[in-house]
Design a protein around this ligand. Sequence first.
Ligand code: HPA
Length: 268
Amino acid sequence: MSKNAETLAAQIKGVAGDAPVRFGLILGSGLGHIADTVDGIAIPYGDLPGFPHAGVSGHNPNLVIGDLEGVRVAVFGGRSHYYEHGRADAMRLPLEVLKELGADAVIATNAAGSMRTDMPTGSIMCLSDHINFSGLNPLIGEPTDARFVPMKDAYDPDLRSALHQAAKTAEVEMAEGVYAWYSGPSFETPAEIKAIAMLGADAVGMSTVPEVILARFLGLKAAAISTITNMAAGMSDEAISHDHTKAMAPIGAAKLEKVLRGFLQAQT
Ligand code: HPA
């Protein structure tokens, strides 16, 4: 673990207490308000040297440590995306800190476009796997043999089944599917969407995959849920824009929040 992560974890424990965190939650578009409901301490990313600036509108850049549904969590109110600066490993330090805080799993959330007509805008999808369509990797440059990370079952089967159980209990429909990572920031062309769908992806987005690779590298279990904010390019006449993403995100986000809360309740 980097010295920097140890120092930051000590700083965080100094204000939030020593009790180990169980889960990390990375909040995507439309979910930032969940951080406000955690019973704990909010630390602005700006107070954590090396944390990303999380400059995307619709994100809330605090690290919040405390209890959510009775479970101690570390909530990342914002993430850094590759397209902001060209660094695929920008979330490495936050995930190292999460590990130092005692967590053994991270659950990422994101906004995504759908390639499946049975998964329209407003649905949610639990990731079963991903396709790294960007060809980028957050571990490029990592010098140790630990860089050769196995990626089978990267989306932890036990976490996935617990999330599906929570969805069932909350009577929320949650699809399951493969997420393709596209670098962004431009959206995909219809031809790219056709290609990605043909390769086996169900949804497409600009985040999460580098975080899951880093989580597996660090020995953290991972799970992820997408909120579908639009049909992918060329799939419908729906407009695709960041404003549209932000406007549509709350529909799926409300379902996702129920699933997350139910999942956490079941952990107590
Ligand atoms: N493509 C990529 N990222 C996205 C999309 C999309 O259609 N919708 C929300 N995030």
